[in-house]
Design a protein around this ligand. Structure first.
Ligand code: NAP
Length: 255
């Protein structure tokens, strides 16, 4: 493990109550950053998690990322506490199965709307609010957690795949626009990771087939995604701006 040092830096990680976001928040705190740990519903476990972190001054912030007003309020609260946000990790997301041939028209619309509202517009609106401060600072890192599904396809979760493909595109466009402010924007596209999102599927009869998608015959641990996020946030990684980094154990290769 590379030893990163983010002393003096502040970080906002969304969806950090559980899974990948929790591992990212843990890794930043262990590397001496102050972390704003975002949750949606799981306030108690997020506060308990905060109390286990290395270092001091970490805060817990709640918001439904489908609500643009709640996003703006959350950013104001973090700025009031931290003074600035140096690193934003847009990690929160939802995954819902909705095969077209088994989904009612009404459910189809609701699921598409939810996926776009949380996975895409949540990250887009939060980025807008945080980037306004980063532009004044003339520095910042924004790292979006997307998915292998954006490239490989999500046959039974089309809205999820589309929301992540759009977030990849947003990453690329914004990297070009925000470079003038010394704000660097990247994405991490994991394959399957051991979290609540995948637990049921990975322990089902389909689990072995999923693990075999990688020649390593396993899925990723959340800490492996965190490692890449810290690398992208670290000094010296600026020229990676606009990149989408695959962390999928060679389960899906693109060139
Ligand atoms: P997870 O364990 O299901 O956790 C989801 C997180 O998102 C939780 O912190 C949850 O907060 C938060 N969240 C859910 N709905 C929200 C909303 N409306 N507003 C704000 N926050 C909300 O997910 P994960 O597996 O760690 O995934 C994290 C990210 O990685 C997601 O963007 C996911 O798409 C991506 N990803 C995951 C995998 C995988 O295999 N796991 C693969 C590729 C990409 P509460 O706990 O408070 O509800």
């Amino acid at each position: 493990m590379i030893n990163f040092d983010f002393h003096g830096k502040t970080v906002l990680v969304t969806g950090a109550s559980r899974g990948i976001g929790k591992a990212i928040a843990f890794a930043f705190a262990s590397a001496n950053a102050r972390v704003a740990i975002h949750y949606h519903q799981q306030r108690d476990i997020t506060e308990q998690f905060r109390d286990t972190l290395a270092g001091e001054g970490h805060i817990v912030v709640g918001a439904d990322l489908a609500n643009p007003i709640a996003i703006a309020e959350m950013v104001n609260k973090i700025i009031a506490e931290f003074g600035q946000i140096d690193i934003l990790v847009n990690n929160a997301g939802i995954y819902q199965q909705h095969p077209l041939d088994q989904t009612s028209y009404q459910d189809w619309q609701e699921i598409w709307q939810q996926n776009l509202n949380i996975n895409l517009l949540g990250a887009v609106n939060l980025t807008y609010c945080v980037a306004k401060y980063m532009m004044q600072q003339q520095s910042g890192r924004i790292i979006n957690i997307t998915s292998r599904g954006a490239f490989r396809g999500e046959p039974t979760a089309t809205a999820y795949g589309a929301s992540k493909a759009a977030l990849n595109s947003f990453t690329q466009s914004l990297a070009q626009h925000l470079a003038q402010y010394k704000i660097f924007v990247t994405a991490v596209a994991p394959g399957f990771v051991e979290t609540d999102m995948t637990r049921e599927l990975l322990s089902s009869p389909a689990g072995d087939g999923i693990r075999q998608q990688s020649p390593l015959n396993r899925v990723a641990k959340p800490e492996e995604i965190a490692q890449t996020v810290l690398f992208l946030a670290a000094p010296g990684s600026e020229f990676l701006t606009g990149s989408i980094v695959d962390v999928n154990g060679a389960s899906y290769l693109r060139s």
